[in-house]
Design a protein around this ligand. Structure first.
Ligand SMILES: [Mg+2]
Length: 373
């Protein structure tokens, strides 16, 4: 199906389907600021009068995004009234409209925005990363060892190396000596050839972070994500100045304005961009551009989303040269993977789909079993 410019101007959203999209985990996921037992998501399907449909996923992580599945469902019902009758290709205008209705529901606005981008790519006949000028069809991703005892985390790391991963993200931020033990145990079993990065998820005070990072230098760590509270930009800057390990901002950066603020404060060496924090694919790209202008590299990360939203984020990663790292393993602990097509995730590499738009959909049988609101 090819769209003329006149067709593109005429297309309208005629319906919004809101699905309760629960994905149980194999085991609870533990980080310094909270534990998740399932991905309690919301799936948005936009229908249009042009016969195209778009899909998007909201995967709230309450301690970070401040949303729950229930608040997202309520916000989705409000946004449904906002978008019906609008042109899904007018993405920037729609983002302003979302902002006027739901000030900060980033996962939910991300779902609507992803669905609009899915339709945009289909109308253009191109995968999103191609539409954005990207040329990478695959890239490396890390995999995450969440908080546990040092020996349990080391055992998991061995499994990741056997599965083909050469970059492992290690959750820390819980007990200063325990954190050192976690790194010692993992570095011992994986050897020197595996790249390790750490994520404290705001779990340290600035003074603990400075001392701990100095003591961790010997473990050859690529970078440390969010050592201190997201709101403590002065603290982040002081840790960065003292740390032998580069500092990546994560929870301190939701949208592009946060990125600009942290860059101006010289508070970080790199930024972790996530769809569920940024609130849209557009905002993810604006963060990447803001960082690029300041000569900062970025990572594209995730919460616990399925391969649907991960595929959306992978398109962004593939299209931006200063996105040097990816942490797109959110689905790897899910008991089910209902996504058809989409990115593949194998032996430490993500490969983009070549279909137009997102290039991913949900198994119709799985969709039939979901509650529709
Ligand atoms: Mg992080």
């Amino acid at each position: 199906m090819s769209f003329t410019p006149a067709d593109a101007a005429r297309i309208r959203i005629t319906g919004v389907d809101i699905f309760v999209y629960d994905l149980p985990l194999q085991q609870p996921f533990r980080i310094a600021i909270g534990t998740m037992g399932a991905a309690n998501d919301v799936l948005i399907r936009l229908r249009t009068d042009a016969g195209l449909t778009g899909l998007g996923e909201a995967c709230p992580f309450p301690p970070i995004t401040g949303e729950t599945q229930a608040t997202n469902i309520a916000a989705a019902q409000a946004l449904r009234e906002v978008v019906i009758g609008r042109n899904p290709l007018e993405i920037e205008s729609l983002l302003r409209r979302y902002g006027a209705f739901v000030h900060s529901n980033p996962s939910l606005t991300a779902a609507f925005d992803t669905a609009c981008h899915d339709i945009l790519g289909q109308a253009a006949g191109l995968p999103l990363y191609r539409l954005w000028g990207g040329d990478r069809t695959d890239f490396e991703t890390d995999i995450t060892a969440d908080l546990d005892t040092p020996s349990a985390m080391a055992e998991r790391a061995v499994g990741y190396v056997a599965a083909g991963f050469s970059m492992i993200k290690i959750k820390v931020g819980q007990g200063r000596e325990a954190d050192l033990e976690r790194l010692r145990a993992i570095r011992d079993v994986v050897g020197s050839g595996i790249r390790l990065q750490i994520d404290a998820n705001q779990g340290w005070s600035p003074s603990t972070a400075k001392e701990t990072l100095k003591r961790m230098e010997c473990f050859d760590i690529l970078f440390c994500e969010q050592p201190v509270l997201a709101s403590d930009i002065d603290g982040l800057r002081s840790v960065r100045r003292a740390s032998p390990i580069p500092i990546m901002a994560d929870e301190a950066v939701y949208g592009p304005a946060d990125a600009a603020r942290l860059i101006k404060a010289e508070a970080c060496d790199s930024i972790n961009i996530k769809l569920m924090k940024a609130g849209s694919l557009s905002a993810m790209r604006k963060i990447a551009h803001t960082a690029e202008a300041a000569n900062l590299p970025c990572m594209v990360g995730c919460m616990l989303e399925s391969r649907l939203a991960l595929t959306a984020a992978a398109h962004v990663a593939a299209a931006h040269r200063n996105i040097l790292w990816a942490d797109l393993d959110g689905h790897s602990s899910h008991k089910v993977d209902p996504v058809i097509g989409g990115m593949t995730f194998s032996r430490g590499r993500v490969t983009l789909p070549e279909g137009p738009g997102l290039g991913a959909s949900i198994d119709p049988a799985f969709l039939d079993g979901l509650t529709r609101v």
